[in-house]
Design a binder for this molecule. Structure first.
Ligand code: PEP
Length: 250
């Protein structure tokens, strides 16, 4: 059975104190979540160490929201994979549409980051998804296929087995517009089919998360779809009650 995962992307929100409080609130409610659902939280870099301390001894996984495409050196303002692994991260979100759009992250750069993360033992949560104009032009399958091929097809099967994929239609992120369960299932199935072209039966083992205005009220319908293995949650991850409300929807 594929792993069910609910991951919270806090983005650039909360002070360190608020973040620690939120992590503790999530930990306090984690027992409500079925044991087969893996919870992951992705606070800002500055919060990683104290949040790691706050969730010590729980099954909650810790993720960074990004990492550098170099291992160390003269890269002012960047944070290396070793640094995030050193504070307890096991995951790193890569290729989020906000990074692609506002910070010019290309597939070539993402190949470097994904490979570095894997080399250092982290699991990338690799995000893909089409923009509104691409969906309206009927190009959504083509866009996600290209995003998958450009980056994930450069990996070996062993590397791929550590990757979590997150399909996040850009038009649904932070907009309150969720993809319908049918739209999401259709494209998740397509992503799995594309992964199978290169990785064969391994594609059946890869968790593919849905992201984009997922909340407690719509999670059940989305998670009931056969190819949706969980969610990458933005806004609703900032309230422990909502985040857990989503995670209990399996
Ligand atoms: C995200 O940015 O990963 C996301 C899914 O955001 P939201 O849930 O706020 O749409």
């Amino acid at each position: 059975m594929r792993k069910h995962i609910v991951a919270g992307n806090w983005k650039m929100n909360t002070t360190v104190a608020e973040g620690v409080e939120l992590a503790k609130a999530v930990a306090a409610k984690a027992a409500e979540v079925p044991a087969e659902v893996k919870l992951i939280i992705a606070p800002p870099f500055t919060h990683l160490y104290p949040v790691a301390e706050a969730i010590k001894g729980t099954a909650i996984g810790l993720s960074a929201q990004n990492c550098a495409d170099h291992t160390k050196g003269a890269y002012t303002g960047e944070v290396a994979v070793d640094m995030i692994a050193g504070v307890g991260c096991e995951y790193v979100i890569l290729g989020h549409s906000e990074r692609r759009e506002y910070y010019g992250e290309t597939s070539a750069k993402l190949v470097e980051k994904v490979k570095l993360a894997l080399e250092k033992g982290l699991s990338p949560i690799f995000c893909i998804g089409e923009k509104l104009e691409e969906r309206e032009a009927g190009r959504h399958f083509e866009v996600v296929t290209e995003q998958v091929k450009d980056v994930l097809f450069t990996l070996t099967a062993e590397e791929m087995s550590k990757v979590i994929v997150a399909y996040e239609p850009v038009w649904a992120i932070g907009t309150g517009k969720t993809a319908t369960a049918e739209q999401a299932q259709e494209i998740h199935a397509e992503i799995r089919k594309v992964l199978a072209e290169k990785f064969g039966a391994l594609a059946e083992e890869i968790s593919i998360l849905y992201g984009g205005s997922c909340k407690p009220s719509n999670a059940k319908e989305l998670f009931a779809c056969p190819d949706i293995d969980g969610g990458l949650i933005g806004g609703a991850a900032l309230k422990a009650e909502d985040f857990i409300g989503i995670a209990v929807s399996f």
